[in-house]
Design a protein around this ligand. Structure first.
Ligand SMILES: Cc1ncc(COP(=O)(O)O)c(C=O)c1O
Length: 360
């Protein structure tokens, strides 16, 4: 098998194609997605949608039902919600709003899409390096002080898994013209929801929160995310974007997933239990390998660091059909870092075993 040079996580189709593998043979720990199938009642719902050929019609243009469902779920007025084709599409449009201001601050290393979105709109930004000495499993103060008009926050942070304390974020909001908080992984994070800024969107008209359902419900191929923020911003952005940004199946899945609070709670309990147990297990196992440092994280992914390049190790794992995220495409990280996303216990055992074998 040849070496790989993928710079982003979740390239499972390209990997399968390149090495003539079936998707189910691959352990993809490079993208941080829950490793369980969506609840059966959602699968049934999607089958009904397909049988009824709902895709023969354009989806509801204004996404009213979905907005109402999300609004009810968060106790927010539906006019403040803008659903999108995954959080990624929302990030593009929020970038358009952020470009109105003279300078954006992106904490780094961070999720690469914010830079992409800002470049789309020729926005000015700078990267502020996050300290690398405070990786924790519990919440911690946000370490950046105001130096720009716009601040982009990821909570918990990707790729470090740091969970930022809401109180410290709230204090910052009044010092910026716009604060954007991407909570794509917050619902997966045990005790994460306590740190959500969504309730504060009622108090501040310069705050936008971004959410994704793709990681939590393992539906990255279906694509569904949303923004919660000032209704005048969602109204304006909505008029600029393509018509029908969310497809009929994703709309229906979103409505069903968020309408049933009992099922949602059951799912969240299952996910938090999995994160707590598997994070402890896998990080404890990997800490036995003296040649790598395993960093603490609050959520379903964590960083490992070595004194030497991890590329050979990453390629070794890929020959064993295991993908982890090489980190040199993250600013302020390099090929001595890698990000590993939690899998089912059986697959975590294989990841630990192959890493031992490589470092023996
Ligand atoms: C921090 C963060 N936000 C947003 C996204 C994109 O999410 P979605 O699949 O909903 O577009 C990702 C994807 O990896 C991410 O890491």
């Amino acid at each position: 098998m040849k070496n790989l040079d993928f710079k982003h996580g979740g390239n499972i189709y390209e990997f399968a194609e390149k090495f003539k593998l079936s998707i189910s043979d691959i352990i993809d720990a490079s993208a941080s997605i829950v490793p369980f199938s969506i609840p059966d009642f959602i699968k049934d719902e999607l089958c009904i949608e397909i049988k009824n050929e709902s895709f023969r019609y354009y989806p509801e243009r204004n996404l009213n039902k979905l907005k109402e469902t999300i609004g009810r779920f968060h106790n927010i007025d539906p006019s403040c919600i803008m659903p999108g084709n995954g959080a990624s599409e929302i990030i593009t449009w929020v970038g358009c709003e952020a470009a109105k201001y003279s300078l954006n601050c992106l904490p780094a290393p961070g999720f690469v899409d914010y830079e992409r979105a800002l470049k789309c709109w020729q926005a000015k930004y700078f990267l502020e390096e996050l300290p690398k000495n405070n990786f924790k499993t519990i919440k911690q103060p946000f370490p950046i002080q105001p130096k720009s008009d716009v601040l982009w926050i990821t909570n918990p942070h990707n790729p470090t898994g740091q969970l930022w304390d809401r109180k410290t974020l709230e204090e910052l909001i009044k010092n910026y013209k716009l604060v954007i908080c991407d909570e794509a992984f917050l619902s997966l994070t045990p005790n994460g929801e306590n740190e959500s800024l969504i309730p504060l969107t009622k108090k501040f008209d310069n705050l936008i929160v971004i959410r994704s359902l793709t990681k939590l419900f393992s539906i990255p191929g279906l694509r569904l995310g949303y923004m919660v923020g000032p209704s005048k911003i969602s109204h304006k952005l909505n008029n600029l974007r393509d018509p029908w940004p969310v497809n009929s199946l994703a709309i229906q899945a979103g409505i069903k997933l968020l309408n049933n609070k009992d099922e949602y709670k059951k799912w969240i309990m299952k996910i938090h239990k999995w994160v707590n147990i598997e994070k402890q297990w896998l990080t404890d196992e990997l800490k036995k390998i003296s040649k790598i440092k395993v960093h603490e994280s609050s959520t379903n992914f964590f960083l490992i660091e070595s004194q030497h390049s991890l590329i050979e190790g990453i390629n070794y794992l890929s020959r064993k059909k295991i993908l982890i995220r090489e980190c040199s495409s993250f600013r302020f990280l390099d090929d001595k870092w890698a990000r590993i996303s939690l899998q089912t216990h059986e697959k975590n055992q294989l990841i630990a075993l192959e890493l031992y074998n490589f470092f023996l």
